[in-house]
Design a protein around this ligand. Structure first.
Ligand code: FAD
Ligand code: UDP
Length: 373
């Protein structure tokens, strides 16, 4: 039986953040494993033969209001000060998403757009974000017309593709991530800190793990080694239901299929991400060279097809945020809390729809919690 002081399962941002903190601040050895053949988890990227830095698991943009998280990651990289913009393909036009005042003026005749703009501002104020499910509740006839339009053209069919459910069947926070924005700001995020690591995400994680007290083992599934190792502490960023052998039932997840295509031309589309709420079976197309402004003759894009998650067939990409799933997760959490030396974190361990910054913040907070123990 091999005795490991700190065993971390998963080399994504969650696991790597914790490994770095334990090694550098507690001066304790850490073994970090991943079932995959690379570090970085879903943030893994690489430069392919065309010279484009490709995100293997879909477009990743770093954005946060958390200064401590930004400062933490900035120790490992300089940034390309990239501001993300998304457009949705609606009735033959590329329209800013989040749907904002510019979008309104693009899709409606001026007289109608002016009236809707005035009504929105007098009702909610300027520079205000309103979740679509809230906008639909407003009693005003014109605003209801607008809300129904946006619901139908932006949210309904995209959400049906992405989740196999209507917006109102999910926690409102899911569609609330992309609110209607009463503003002329076309950016997808308004966070204070935004960017793409200048050399990509993988080198960031590589630097976090480049410490003499950290041992990285790839191609190593916890399930295959758990009978042969003992540990003083275990930090688990894999799926919490899998850890407990699904004894309370499987937690639902959503998966994706990425179709990567290289085109023999410098650019394929007008920006890094174009959403297709209504047409096609994919939800969006990502074009990677925009993130670091790669100067290449060819371009690499991915078409993103949502799928049901099926154990053994594909990957878990999203927890499905709704009450009944949270209830099941809470029951697993109770079991987890009864274990004295096992800690769960990460998008899969916490069953939370974390962006990168929230996953890192959670790992930093967990470190503060355990460091005295
Ligand atoms: P993960 O990156 O999933 O890492 C978990 C690791 O654990 C994996 O490498 C897995 O192989 C390993 N593992 C699991 N089980 C085992 C086991 N039994 N044994 C060994 N290893 C195991 N966030 C943003 O901030 N901006 C974005 O633009 C953005 N875009 C996204 C786009 C997509 C399509 C997806 C799916 C996510 C996106 N995210 C984005 C979210 C981001 O990917 C996550 O916040 C981040 O990856 C979470 O890191 P993590 O370490 O918790 O999990
Ligand atoms: N959404 C939508 N249409 C869009 C963009 C987003 O309906 O054009 C909804 C959809 O339900 C999606 C959710 O808002 O899953 C969150 O979108 P986000 O872009 O944050 O998803 P992620 O990048 O995490 O896949």
């Amino acid at each position: 039986m091999e005795n490991i002081k700190n065993l971390i399962v998963g080399c994504g941002f969650s696991g790597a953040t914790l490994a770095y903190k334990i090694a550098t601040e507690l001066n304790e050895p850490v073994t970090i494993i991943d079932a995959k053949n690379h570090i970085g988890g879903n943030c893994y990227d690489y430069t392919d033969e065309t010279g484009v830095c490709v995100h293997q698991y879909g477009t990743h943009i770093f954005h946060t209001n958390l200064k401590d998280v930004w400062d933490f990651v900035s120790q490992f990289t300089k940034w390309n000060p990239y501001m993300h913009e998304v457009r949705g393909y609606i009735d033959g036009q590329e329209v800013p998403i989040p749907f904002n005042l510019n979008s309104i003026h693009q899709v409606f005749p001026k007289s109608i757009a002016d009236k809707l703009e005035e009504k929105l501002i007098s009702r909610f104020g300027f520079n205000v974000k309103v979740p679509i499910l809230e906008l639909r509740k407003v009693g005003d006839e014109d605003l209801t017309f607008l809300a129904d339009y946006i619901y139908e053209k932006v949210f309904l069919h995209y959400t049906l593709k992405q989740w196999g459910m209507k917006p109102e069947e999910l926690d409102p926070a899911v569609t609330g991530r992309v609110p209607v924005y009463i503003s002329r700001d076309n950016r997808y995020f308004q966070d204070t800190y935004q960017g793409i690591p200048l050399n990509g995400y993988t080198p960031v994680i590589e630097k976090m793990l480049a410490h003499p007290l950290i041992t990285v083992r790839l191609n190593t599934d916890f399930n295959q080694i758990k009978e042969t190792v003992s540990y003083e502490r275990l930090f688990y960023t894999g799926p919490i239901d899998e850890f407990f052998n699904y004894e309370l039932g499987e937690l639902p997840y959503r998966s994706l299929k990425f179709d990567f295509v290289t085109f023999n031309k410098p650019y394929f589309q007008s920006g890094s991400v174009i959403n297709y709420p209504n047409n096609y079976t994919f939800t969006r197309i990502g074009e990677y060279k925009y993130f670091l402004d790669d100067k290449t003759d060819k371009t690499v894009v991915s078409f993103e097809y949502p799928q049901a998650f099926e154990l053994g067939k594909n990957e878990r990409y999203y927890p499905i945020v709704k009450d009944e799933n949270q209830t099941l997760y809470n029951r697993y959490l109770e079991e987890a809390n009864s274990l004295s030396n096992v800690y769960f974190l990460g998008r899969l361990g916490d069953y939370k729809y974390y962006d990168m910054d929230k996953a890192i913040a959670r790992a930093l907070a967990l470190f503060e919690e355990i460091k005295g123990r």
